[in-house]
Ligand binder design. Structure first.
Ligand code: RTP
Ligand code: MG
Length: 152
């Protein structure tokens, strides 16, 4: 796999959909230079949400988190590009939007830790796990830009 083929899983949470922030967030990823290779609107099942956030099982916020993420449609996406996993986390900002830097998605667009607009995989291993949890193989389409010469 070349560096440019690294992939991450991004989900716009139900608050992002309700607040009409879908275009704004996608714009930031496109403008950065990453490539959209998977995209769908889904209302997650409790099973998917629980598996997605399995690392947080047993924590005080777990049930509220699963309830929130299953409360309405989310925009599930796969983005591809060099260093996309770590870079997406930087674009997204810290978990608590009150401490996320201005200029980040959460820093610019959110206030509450339980309504922080977006999820991004925290490692390449998590990305692989989450992409296969949310997407079937045929739902991801790599494509070749007419020219990448001004990004890479
Ligand atoms: P995410 O997984 O959603 O991308 O967020 P993250 O990596 O920045 O943060 P993580 O520690 O994985 O937490 C997952 C989500 O749980 C909610 N949370 N609430 N009340 C709390 O103290 C608390 N801590 C975490 C947040 O919505 C967070 O995005
Ligand atoms: Mg996380």
């Amino acid at each position: 796999m070349s560096a440019q083929q690294e992939r991450t899983f991004i989900a716009l949470k139900p608050d992002a959909v309700q607040r009409n922030l879908v275009g704004e967030v996608i714009r930031r990823f496109e403008a950065k230079g990453f490539k959209l290779v998977g995209l769908k609107l889904v209302k997650p099942s409790v099973e998917t949400a629980e598996e997605h956030y399995a690392e947080h099982k047993g924590k005080g916020f777990y049930k509220g988190l699963v309830d929130f993420i299953t409360s309405g449609p989310v925009v599930a996406m796969v983005w591809q590009g060099k260093g996309v996993v770590a870079s997406a986390r930087k674009l997204i900002g810290a978990t608590n939007p009150l401490t996320s830097e201005p200029g980040t998605i959460r820093g610019d667009l959110a206030v509450d830790v339980g309504r922080n607009v977006i999820h991004g995989s925290d490692s390449t291993d998590s990305a692989q796990r989450e992409i296969s949890l949310w997407f079937k193989e045929g739902e991801i389409a790599d494509w070749t830009p007419v020219s990448n010469a001004w990004v890479y």
